[in-house]
Design a protein around this ligand. Sequence first.
Ligand SMILES: [Zn+2]
Length: 228
Amino acid sequence: MHNLRTAALALFLVMLTLIPAITGHSAPLAQEFDLTPYQQSVASDAAIPAEILYPPFFKEIDAINLKNIYREIRSRFHFFAGLRLEPSYFNCYKMQRRIDKALERMIADKGELPFSSLDDRLLYDQKSPLEPYLRPMPLKSTGNCTFKSFGDLRHGGIVYCAYHGPDVNGSFYNEHFAEISQARPLFTSFDMVELLLFLPALLILPFIWWISKKALQKDQPASPESQG
Ligand SMILES: [Zn+2]
């Protein structure tokens, strides 16, 4: 009877030590960030998505409507007033460069990236393995910003925003400039404003030329003195 009680107590003590060991070990495993979806191989010959060639943001500002024409005129006014304001969407490219820097830091630390693609979840999840390298944290310049990657990040893939597209000063943009300009319309709100502003000037030019010609003709006989 005494032995049985001791055995039960011993079993109880063993259970007490084992339960936290089991649950304590399995809990962090369940919480770990699952990188599997980000480790799948990415096709190197994939077609460039439309959101890179002609991002939704540019579609919006290129459309010929009153709002865009007003914005274009205002930006020219700023330019002539000497205010070289950086377009607000450049802030998104700055954030994309922050992500690039974080990837560089991770490569420097780990030797290579443990993933081939990224998205907002990999960037903003507290448990993401990339999280410690995101200093300063890349912020979203608009509510529409969605960070993504194109191509294999371990082999020349790029980070871009599904709303603003890739950095217009980046190497990818320069390398694919022909395809990118082909995907965009020939006549945009920018061209519309150029036409509105310069067409009157072009129409006035022949008139100015005619006036000055007349004035010169009038001046010539009035100044016959030679300075010899
Ligand atoms: Zn963006």
